[in-house]
Design a protein around this ligand. Structure first.
Ligand SMILES: Nc1nc2c(c(=O)[nH]1)N[C@H]1C(S)=C(S)[C@@H](COP(=O)(O)O)O[C@H]1N2
Ligand SMILES: [Mo]
Length: 507
């Protein structure tokens, strides 16, 4: 055996030892974390990376990877971790102390990420226990593996056996961690509650609200198709049995309401179209659901709002915060603290057990999910999750419209083609929708029967299509007489503008 070959083998064995011991440490930490119900080290590190990522990079990631962005990020964290562990193992073949110190530093970083996770109070004993386990398994495993590699090589038989013994011991501990994680994930609290019938039901959906056109967005979005926007890498799993909503700040009587307290009140049901500020022109980050909840203003009145307040800062279990104008939560638009969606309890993804739904404002300033606190305050006294990242403090939804059919680059036959879509101007109402072809004159579209000014409105127009390539454009006018602007604005700081268009080929 040449020396280079021996060295290469030693390096590979070192890298393998680092990976194996590190993986066992991470799995042990993940396993214990999931049994104890706290955020595990990998997701905690991912969450801190998200928090620290500058806005342009975040926007690029969302545009490039779409809803796979979180998977890409977690994979990135795992790849970086694997490379670091392998490198530590290689170093450890010759400098054991250096490798063990390096691993301690990695675990300390994970510990910091876990302690900073808003889902678990800093200094929680659960985090300390996970860190202890990671240190024990990771450092112990690496030391064991490295010393078995360094055992005198006079006889390769016993040495191979001791390496194998160490490797299988470390792997076994990792497997126990992985198993614990699976069990821990399954034993999360029940994800449902008994939602009573609302005392006030929503008006039935008027007939004629939509058109029978293939590809046209349905008036009420099925829950499983409803868009989702979360900053947290993992959907928070909240146990409704010990969830509390606090109403605090500039109030006469701070309140602490359990989910049971909330369910005992008279519930109302309202259809509301929610919209995300990140919806690009023509995008689908909006949806309509039937929400069941308590009027936000009743809860605030119960606490007694004091003079001088102009905002409500809402807080989520996951550390997300939003700032909503107090007036919007107390006027007649019907803002809700919601417990139900489309007839059932809120799904975990949409804020179980309780969230805000506020007509007329983009979600990031009005729709906090997994809601724990409504703090009555003043805009000048706080900032919130997205305002800290360059978005506007006040963000009413902008008048907008979208062509659902025909889709971009559709190949159509000449003759009558139905063009259809939705338009929205929440709390104002859509008065008119127009379509034009190749920048010709505008044609009035037929409007669906209005549900309410809080929901989108369907429209259609029959186009006598002639052969060629054509561009269709849409614009809406709201009930106040405002015509949707053609000016293209970006998503940040307060929502995109511009006309949606699609290009089609007719033959
Ligand atoms: N806790 C928490 N609440 C949140 C968010 C979030 O990331 N975390 N996203 C907000 C944004 S930007 C929008 S548009 C809506 C989306 O709600 P949905 O995911 O139920 O569609 O929730 C809002 N509430
Ligand atoms: Mo959003």
């Amino acid at each position: 055996m040449t020396t280079t070959r021996t060295r290469r083998t030693a390096r590979a064995a070192g890298a393998g030892s680092g990976l194996l011991a590190g993986a066992a440490g991470v799995l042990a930490g993940e396993g214990l974390a999931s049994v104890l119900g706290v955020t595990g080290p990998v997701v905690a590190v991912g969450n801190r990376v998200v928090d620290l990522t500058p806005r342009p990079v975040k926007e690029w990631a969302i545009e490039t990877f779409g809803s796979a962005d979180k998977l890409v990020l977690l994979s990135g964290v795992l790849v970086v971790l694997a490379v670091a562990l392998a490198a530590l193992g290689v170093v450890g073949v010759r400098h054991r102390a250096a490798a063990l110190t390096g691993l301690t530093v990695l675990i300390a970083l994970a510990a910091a990420a876990m302690l900073l996770d808003p889902a678990q109070g800093a200094g929680s004993w659960e985090v300390v226990a996970c860190v202890a386990v990671m240190l024990g398994v990771g450092l112990g495993g690496l030391a064991w593996m490295l010393s078995s590699l360094q055992a005198p090589a006079r006889d390769t038989g016993p040495r191979r056996r001791s390496v194998l013994a160490a490797a299988s011991g470390v792997a076994a501990v990792g497997a126990v961690g992985a198993a614990a994680r699976t069990v821990g994930d399954r034993s999360a609290g029940p994800q449902s509650l008994d939602l009573p019938q609302p005392a006030t039901s929503a008006d039935p959906v008027p007939s004629g609200v939509s058109f029978d056109v293939d590809g046209l967005t349905p008036h009420v979005t099925p829950t499983e198709d409803f868009y989702r926007v979360d900053t947290a890498l993992q959907v928070p799993q909240v146990d409704a049995r010990d969830h509390v909503l606090r109403i605090t700040g500039m109030v006469d009587r701070p309140l602490e309401l359990t989910v049971g307290d909330l369910l005992e009140r008279d519930l109302v049901e309202r259809r509301i179209t929610m919209t995300c500020v990140s919806n690009p022109v023509g995008g689908d980050l909006l949806g309509t659901a039937t929400w069941i909840g308590i009027p936000t203003r009743e809860l605030l009145a119960g606490a007694g709002v004091q003079d001088g307040a102009d905002a409500v800062r809402s807080v989520s279990t996951d550390g997300f915060t939003a700032g909503t104008p107090l007036g919007v939560l107390t006027d007649d638009r019907g803002a809700l603290v919601a417990l139900g969606m489309n007839g059932g309890p809120l799904p975990a993804e949409h804020g179980y057990p309780v969230r805000m739904v506020t007509p007329g404002l983009y979600g990031y300033v009005s729709a906090t999910k997994w809601l724990t606190e409504l703090e009555v305050t003043r805009f000048e006294d706080f900032t919130a999750y997205w305002t800290d990242r360059g978005y506007a403090a006040k963000a009413p939804i902008k008048l907008s419209s979208r062509i659902d059919v025909p889709g971009s680059f559709a190949q159509l036959d000449a003759g009558d083609v139905t063009v259809a879509g939705v338009a929205w101007a929440q709390t104002v109402g859509v008065e008119r929708v127009e379509v034009r072809v190749d920048e010709g004159e505008w044609h009035d579209a037929e409007l669906g029967v209005e549900d309410s000014d809080q929901t989108w409105r369907a429209w259609r127009w029959v186009w006598p299509a002639e052969p060629g390539n054509h561009r269709l454009e849409v614009r809406a006018t709201d009930r106040a007489g405002k015509v949707q602007t053609s000016r293209r604005e970006p998503i940040a700081p307060d929502g995109s503008t511009g006309w949606h268009s699609t290009t089609v080929t007719v033959s």
